[in-house]
Design a protein around this ligand. Structure first.
Ligand SMILES: *[C@@H]1O[C@H](CO)[C@@H](O)[C@H](O)[C@H]1NC(C)=O
Ligand SMILES: *[C@@H]1O[C@H](CO)[C@@H](O)[C@H](O)[C@H]1NC(C)=O
Ligand SMILES: *[C@@H]1O[C@H](CO)[C@@H](O)[C@H](O)[C@H]1NC(C)=O
Ligand SMILES: *[C@@H]1O[C@H](CO)[C@@H](O)[C@H](O)[C@H]1NC(C)=O
Ligand SMILES: [Zn+2]
Length: 475
């Protein structure tokens, strides 16, 4: 009572994910925290709550103080049955996590990012709360310091997302933007020039690039690409230089203190237009609890080298674009899409005319014996953009089996929330099956890591760029 005096109470509303709620209830779309594993979280004011509760089929109201500590959504990712641990369901693992959190003051000092983080000796954490529980997911309230490192102590195959301090306004993709994607879809047909360009992506080059990013080459000195590590900053500088080698102009754009910057690289348009096409991946990574190693060979070194392979091919072929083109490597993805959220918000505020964006996250792994695949998001994303990607895949990478994946959500979600047409490409037409997901063993040299699938998916992402932006080759 005393601590909260004068601050008043806020209320969270948690509902089943429903796009019509976001477009049909302005007071909700203006108080949106995000959607997580099939749920959406809002912070409506009392009159809004009154307005919507009658029409909602279901939902949970969670009282919360307005100066809530950091809110963190945690969930078990959609994973293949073969990866599920036989013992200890979500509840038991959550119990263990809470115990770990309560000793975080100590664990924190023992766990540092390869000696790269200042050792912090804090008192044990006493103020944490489970605010909501549903299925294999929960909403926690934690002190900010603990929240910042929670991704290093959650169980394997779990994911954590830090909610923003304030809710955002959800912007549905405007119908004229969808119309423009439909027009692209209608125009899709085999183009031998596009086929020749995209097949020029070099597998040996990608093998080389990934070994630098994971540190497998023994030369980069990278041990971790965790968002706060020094390795991730080595990677940022190197990526920026490599993209600039291909004729792009790059910027290291900070978005939050302590986090490595987004690497934003641009190619100019040869014609006078505001139209912009964006391809992206995230270059930060995660390791296992107790190990400082976070090589991120698949998650998301694979998407990052795909992006770089596309850039290298743009240079090799002398391609110029008839739209503005951005290739962006995001940071802070593992803490809750933080880098892309900041960048998508900036783009929205600047009124960027984004034709579409495609995020590449985890492209290289499939279970040994499985065919090469391409997964597209089942819930979060613009269906027309996913259809465009699927149709281009059928044309330029027919070897890929295309389907939907419940593995959700990467940086495209940040653009989706800001009303930009967007989708994600993923390595599997099903849930995650990579046993090294969020693991210190996520290297590129291992069974199941398939550079041919990586190339096939990179070709599709590249074909989407060429189709959406328009391009020319030198005479
Ligand atoms: C895209 O692919 C789907 C499924 O194969 C097909 O039905 C549709 O006609 C294609 N659309 C275009 C515009 O080619
Ligand atoms: C890519 O194209 C260049 C010439 O533009 C050629 O020298 C190179 O062998 C090609 N590489 C692949 C993998 O097709
Ligand atoms: C580009 O187009 C805009 C709007 O149509 C116009 O105002 C501007 O002068 C043009 N710039 C150039 C360099 O032609
Ligand atoms: C965005 O770009 C498209 C394609 O060039 C153009 O038709 C449209 O007018 C642009 N929209 C704005 C708001 O500039
Ligand atoms: Zn990822």
């Amino acid at each position: 009572m005393v601590a909260n005096a004068g601050l008043g109470l806020a209320t969270l509303l948690i509902t089943a994910f429903d796009p019509s709620l976001l477009s049909g209830q302005p007071c909700l779309s203006q108080s949106y925290y995000g959607s997580f594993s099939g749920r959406s979280i809002f912070r409506p004011d009392p009159s809004c709550l009154e307005l919507v509760t009658d029409s909602l089929p279901s939902g949970t109201i969670v009282p919360a103080s307005k100066d809530m500590a950091q809110l963190v959504w945690i969930e078990e990712q959609a994973i293949d049955d073969s990866l599920k641990s036989p013992s200890g369901g979500f509840d038991l693992q959550l119990e263990e996590l809470l115990t770990k959190i309560s000793t975080l003051g100590t664990a924190y000092s023992a766990y540092d990012f390869a000696g790269e983080r200042e050792q912090v000796l804090g008192p044990p954490i006493t103020h944490y709360d489970v605010m909501y529980r549903s299925g294999p997911s929960a909403l926690l309230s934690l002190p900010a310091d603990a929240a910042k490192v929670i991704d290093t102590i959650i169980p394997p195959f779990w994911k954590s997302t830090l909610l923003l301090k304030e809710p955002i306004t959800y912007v549905p993709v405007p119908s004229d933007a969808v119309q423009r994607v439909r027009a692209l879809l209608d125009s899709v047909k085999f183009d031998p020039t596009v086929a020749a360009i995209v097949s020029n992506i070099s597998v040996p080059q990608m093998k080389n690039d990934i070994r630098f990013l994971t540190g497998e080459d023994g030369k980069s000195g990278i041990i971790s690409r965790h968002s706060f590590s020094s390795g991730v900053r080595t990677a940022a500088a190197w990526l920026s230089d490599r993209f600039e080698d291909t004729g792009a102009t790059c910027e290291l754009r900070p978005f939050l203190a302590g986090f490595a910057p987004n690497v934003v690289c641009r190619y100019p348009s040869t014609v006078n237009t505001t139209a912009t096409v964006l391809l992206s991946a995230h270059y930060d990574s995660r390791g296992s609890f107790g190990s400082t190693r976070a090589p991120g060979g698949d998650d998301d070194g694979s998407g990052t080298v795909a992006l770089l392979a596309i850039a290298r091919t743009i240079a090799r072929k002398g391609i110029t674009f008839r739209s503005n083109v951005e290739l962006v490597a995001f940071s802070g993805e593992e803490q809750g899409l933080l880098g892309s959220k900041a960048y998508a918000r900036e783009m929205r505020e600047a009124g960027t005319n984004l034709t579409l964006m495609v995020q590449a996250d985890m492209l290289a792994y499939h279970a040994p014996g499985e065919p090469a695949q391409l997964g597209l998001p089942d819930l979060i994303g613009t269906p027309e953009v996913s259809q465009l990607v699927a149709n281009l895949s059928a044309i330029y990478s027919p070897e890929l089996q295309v389907g939907l994946t419940p593995a959700c959500c990467s940086d495209h979600q940040s653009f989706h929330e800001q009303g930009f047409p967007s989708t994600q490409v993923f390595e599997r037409a099903g849930p995650i099956i990579d046993p090294m997901y969020h693991n210190s063993g996520d290297l590129s040299e291992r069974e199941g890591y398939d550079f041919e699938q990586l190339k096939s998916i990179a070709k599709v992402q590249f074909a989407t760029l060429l189709t959406a932006a328009g391009f020319d080759l030198p005479e």
